[in-house]
Ligand binder design. Structure first.
Ligand code: DGJ
Length: 733
């Protein structure tokens, strides 16, 4: 057959028709954007009308083509498609809780975001970034949703970048980081409440229809009453080793808000972001506003697996030097408070050496001259060395530390000011307070206005000067003891930008510090655990979980933190709180980053010998505790004995911690406790370690297979006479 040549104009008409037909087909079809990790997939669908919806978040399917059948199988129809918006806008057809709501330059409050395009960027073999651009069809306003997945850890960080090109400023009335959608028969929320010295008290409840809000409004930190971490189990409360569960944490050290809404179709809409309470954000044209990241992980293997996902992600990608070592230390806060001088500190530096820890940490009270820091009423803000207490300056301490062969670290609280200070006298406009109202204090202090770049420079300078003038300074404890009352900034043009700009200002300071001092260990403290969140922890090596160091209390507090944070970041100090013997106190502190805050010179000789031995035992098992996998074996909440273990990455060395929680008559370990995470085929020698001098163990040294230890277990023989028992598990080669 002869094929007739066609004219150029007919050919171009055919090409045009093909384009039109395929465009129409594409319009009539859904497009799918799967966001996958090792085990999970979140499947986003672009509808024919260009709306971006979440149709699935769960176990990954082996055949990607089947993602297209999910929406139909879940019977997600036109009405419900508005409930599962991947970033719910407001003021048009959606009437459920929005992720974003705005007031345009002309005062109009409607927003209708539609899909424009998306990109997939491979950052490395483990990390992938999917960025999806959404735009309003009437206003020149757009949002990019970012999903950064950590493949092997099954962790996602999600955030939004908002910008507009309208003629004048736009006000963001709500601007969430993420808007997730989960489908299950029922939802069980575990969240936390607390107060000073009462951190991480859990509550678990079934979510009912309507909205449950977790939030805080404290300004200079996320937590006092409620931390920004939670978990949601699907269908039933997940167990340690079974059940579907999602963990979430907003990476933000200020006001947060998490909405959990069971919608009319019985699905769960989860919206997480900065709290919009008193914080409508005025955004200039052409300026990008990036929300904080919301990090989450999902598993169908229970709470233990979810926490190991987050812990290994945090060590690898978030906290500073997560794969590195940590410094054991002696702190002087509870042993001297503000009352010290050169002689006392020189003696403590000697004690640091005697104890065998790496570093001496000098706490509050070393500064202020016109208003000496002799208690918490004065001096905060005046960061010159107090000449009466330390006539030879910090140089005396670094020199003495060098002579003793230990390192030296120091406490600062750079964001705060006492009204009784030279700083307050010089810069009253740097202080957060209402100009026409009486001042109101927490711990006799006020917060500095970090939205002001001059204050940012000042705060940066405090830490930078210390490092520059004392190159041997090896550690900083960064404290923050007040929440924000009377939130008002003399610097801001738009007062309601202040809460958000404060935290952004703090991060700007910490970014600068970390650029210059990338690895120096820094502990983050906030009158206890007020700032334990991944927004802050990206700048720190460790955090202070609570001022409550009573060891029984600590077992519960550390247990709950461990769901979300790795052990090497938990600064645990042995103190004199409570009535437990030194062995119990030290064993509990060894479950994280070990430190001491006791008067070493007053310890009985056996107690000192025990502490010295404990420091050595700790070093021997530090690889498992710092970088290994953690397994919670028996909960303190519903057992007489609490038990936790850590296994190093080779599965060659493990340590098991056991504590008597219930002291009623006859309580103890009547049954063996099954170990976890070992290699079933390896042989392990099991023995009691860290015994108090002179005590003999009732646990015989013996060798077992990993299979035996994980099927039958070990009985640590915890009882009223043996309230704290540590078991070492070493591979027998
Ligand atoms: C509160 C901290 O939690 C304590 O450890 C101590 O550093 C004090 N601040 C010092 O003022």
């Amino acid at each position: 057959m002869k094929i007739l040549p066609i004219s150029k104009s007919i050919a171009s008409k055919i090409i045009f028709l093909i384009i039109v037909i395929s465009t129409l087909q594409a319009r009539a079809q859904n497009t799918y954007i799967p966001i996958e990790s090792k085990d999970n997939a979140m499947v986003l669908q672009v509808s024919p009308e260009k709306y971006l919806n979440t149709v699935y978040y769960g176990n990954k399917l082996s055949d990607k083509n089947e993602y297209a059948s999910i929406a139909q199988t879940y019977r997600i129809n036109r009405t419900t498609s508005e409930y599962n918006s991947a970033y719910t806008s407001s003021g048009t057809t959606n009437l459920l809780e929005p992720a974003i709501s705005v007031t345009h330059a002309d005062g109009n409050k409607s927003l209708d975001l539609k899909y424009v395009d998306h990109t997939v960027t491979k950052i490395n073999d483990d990390v992938n970034l999917v960025s999806i651009r959404l735009k309003d069809s009437v206003y020149d306003f757009e949002v990019t949703l970012n999903y950064q997945t950590y493949f092997n850890e099954n962790v996602t960080e999600q955030w939004s970048v908002i910008k507009h090109h309208e003629k004048k400023d736009v006000v963001l009335n709500k601007y969430a980081s993420a808007n997730l959608y989960l489908q299950a028969g029922s939802y069980w929320l575990k969240h936390y409440h607390g107060d000073w010295a009462k951190e991480m008290r859990p509550e678990e409840e079934q979510l009912t229809h309507g909205i449950k809000i977790l939030d805080s409004k404290l300004g200079a930190r996320a937590d006092l009453f409620q931390p920004p971490v939670f978990m949601v189990s699907l269908n039933k409360p997940a167990g340690e080793d079974n059940g579907e569960v999602l963990y979430g944490n907003l990476e933000w050290s200020g006001n947060f808000r998490i909405d959990l809404e069971v919608d009319p179709s019985n699905n769960l809409r989860l919206i997480a972001g900065i709290n919009n309470y008193a914080a409508e954000y005025t955004l200039k044209p052409n300026v990008e506003f990036a929300t904080p990241k919301f990090v989450y992980t999902l598993t169908d293997k229970g709470k233990g697996e979810a926490s190991r996902n987050l812990q290994s992600w945090a060590r690898k990608y978030k906290i500073v030097d997560g794969n590195g070592p940590r410094l054991t230390l002696l702190n002087n806060w509870e042993s001297t408070y503000f009352n010290f001088n050169e002689d006392k500190l020189a003696a403590i530096l000697k004690d640091t050496k005697t104890l065998g820890v790496d570093l001496f940490l000098l706490d509050d009270g070393w500064f202020g001259n016109k208003y000496p820091r002799n208690d918490d009423h004065a001096g905060l803000g005046d960061w010159e060395v107090n000449k009466t207490k330390l006539p030879d300056g910090i140089a005396f301490l670094t020199k003495t530390a060098r002579e003793e062969g230990v390192k030296f670290g120091i406490w600062i609280e750079p964001e705060m000011v006492n009204p009784k200070s030279e700083l307050y006298e010089k810069h009253p406009d740097w202080v957060v307070k209402q100009p026409q109202r009486p001042e109101y204090y927490m711990r006799n202090q006020l917060v500095l206005d970090l939205s002001n770049p001059k204050v940012q420079d000042f705060v940066y300078g405090i830490a930078d000067n210390l490092f520059t003038k004392n190159p041997e300074l090896a550690y900083i404890k960064w404290d923050c003891n007040s929440i924000m009352y009377n939130a008002y900034s003399a610097y801001e043009t738009h007062q309601s930008n202040f809460y958000t700009d404060y935290v952004k200002g703090l991060y700007r300071v910490l970014d600068r510090l970390r650029a210059k001092y990338p690895k120096v260990p820094m502990m983050l403290c906030s009158g206890g655990g007020g700032r334990v969140d991944y927004g802050a922890l990206q700048y720190f090596t460790e955090y202070w979980p609570s001022d409550n160091t009573e060891p029984l209390e600590r077992i519960f507090i550390q247990w709950e933190y461990s769901y979300f944070y790795p052990a090497l970041a938990s600064s645990n100090h042995v103190t004199d709180w409570g009535k437990q013997p030194i062995k119990f106190r030290t064993d509990v502190a060894m479950m994280g980053k070990l430190g001491f805050d006791v008067v070493i010179s007053k310890l009985k000789s056996e107690d000192l010998a025990f502490c010295q031995q404990a420091v050595n035992t700790y070093k021997q098992f530090s690889e498992a505790i710092w970088h290994g996998d953690q397994y919670r074996l028996q909960s303190p909440w519903d057992n007489d004995v609490a038990s936790v273990m850590y296994v190093d990455s080779t599965k060659g060395s493990a340590i098991m911690f056991n504590y008597l929680i219930n002291t009623r008559y006859g309580t103890g370990t009547h049954l063996p406790i099954r170990l976890k995470g070992l290699d079933p085929n390896k042989s392990y020698t099991v023995s009691e370690i860290n015994l108090y001098p002179g005590n003999r163990s009732s646990v015989a040294n013996a060798t077992f297979t990993g299979k035996f230890l994980m099927t039958v277990g070990v009985n640590p023989d915890v009882n009223a006479g043996r309230t704290s028992v540590l078991i070492g598990v070493q591979e027998k080669k």
